[in-house]
Design a protein around this ligand. Structure first.
Ligand SMILES: [Zn+2]
Length: 336
């Protein structure tokens, strides 16, 4: 019969061994997680003025745009300063209308080391246009932006994420016009846009004639089978900051993917003139404007941010662009 001391010593030794094993397991898991390379987050800015925003599209006819005092140059320079301060680089999707009136702004964005891409010419939703109108607006925008900056445009973002199931023909046109990537598909349900059945992470659209276009969706989190938007525009400005932090960490740590953030220069301008609009539109556009600069600073401190073209290259080199979808396949993404 072993003495109580011996039993105690054996138990202690067994307990210590178990603890050692548990610690080793924890370390391995940690090493495993640290071993996964997740590219830096993508950052994007839709360069438009406060009166171009969708919230007022029904009250501010495009023919009257020239009557409004423009604040886009000043606001975009605020964005450039903020990004410089944080050492972040972004893709600026510039409205062709802005590039035409303010070509020096396009050059300033490029000279600061950012990518310039296209946000259409007249800020019309793709889903309200005919294919020929879309192509015309696109070409007009590309020539205004390329004339201003002298560099080839590779990326496109539709106003109000308006490439949805019924306007998928636009992806074929983007491929024909030589675009490398699109960032207009938001895999959520929303009253104005949304493509809830689209993949949540970068993928490739296979188009006619062997062409293709990469798609870079903004960040969403999947909760109980529903995709929730996060970390962009109104979601970043209106929802609590803990939600944004949680969403980006969840995507990075659980899913091993980079986040994709977007915002607008007018979101950093609390003093912009107030425009008429419905209660919902005014809430979406004006809420928390004074908080936006602080929120962006906090966000940019949380990690590295790169242009979407860089994010795409990183994802391609790490094998993180796995799914391919054929644009022409009927019923492929029928639930939108
Ligand atoms: Zn826009």
């Amino acid at each position: 019969m072993p003495s109580p001391e011996l039993i105690f010593a054996r138990n202690l030794s067994a307990e210590l061994k178990k603890n050692r094993l548990r610690r080793k397991e924890r370390m391995q898991t940690r090493e495993g997680q640290a071993g996964i390379v997740v590219p830096p987050n993508g950052l994007s800015v839709d360069v438009e003025d406060y009166y171009h925003a969708e919230a007022f599209a029904d009250r501010i006819p495009r023919e009257t745009w020239s009557q409004y005092p423009s604040r886009v140059v000043r606001n975009t320079h605020r964005v450039l300063e903020l990004l410089e301060e944080a050492g972040a680089r972004a893709t600026f999707f510039v409205l062709g209308y802005v590039a035409k009136l303010e070509p020096a702004l396009v050059r300033a964005i490029q000279q600061a080391g950012h990518e310039v891409a296209c946000h259409s010419y007249m800020h019309r939703r793709v889903s309200t246009m005919e294919p020929a109108e879309f192509r015309e607006d696109l070409r007009r925008a590309v020539s205004a932006i390329e004339d201003a900056g002298g560099q080839k445009i590779l990326g496109y973002r539709a106003p109000t994420f308006s490439i949805v199931n019924k306007s998928l023909w636009a992806v074929e046109i983007l491929a024909e016009e030589g675009f490398l990537y699109d960032a207009s598909v938001f895999p959520i349900r929303h009253d104005l846009y949304g493509f809830p059945t689209a993949p949540r992470f970068p993928f490739r659209w296979l188009c006619r004639g062997g062409r293709s276009v990469y798609e870079i969706p903004p960040t969403t989190v999947s909760v109980l089978g529903q995709n929730l938007p996060a970390a962009g525009g109104g979601y970043l400005r209106i929802l609590p900051m803990w939600y944004t932090r949680w969403a980006l960490e969840r995507v990075r740590n659980r899913e091993g993917r980079p986040g994709v953030v977007y915002f607008h220069p007018w979101e950093l301008d609390p003093d912009q003139p107030r425009l008429p609009g419905s209660f919902k539109s005014r809430l979406r556009h004006y809420r928390n404007l004074p908080l936006m600069a602080g929120r962006l600073r906090e966000l940019l401190r949380s990690g590295r941010f790169v242009p979407l073209k860089t994010l795409l290259e990183d994802c391609l080199s790490l094998g993180l662009v796995s799914s391919e979808l054929r644009v022409s396949e009927p019923g492929l993404l029928s639930d939108s």
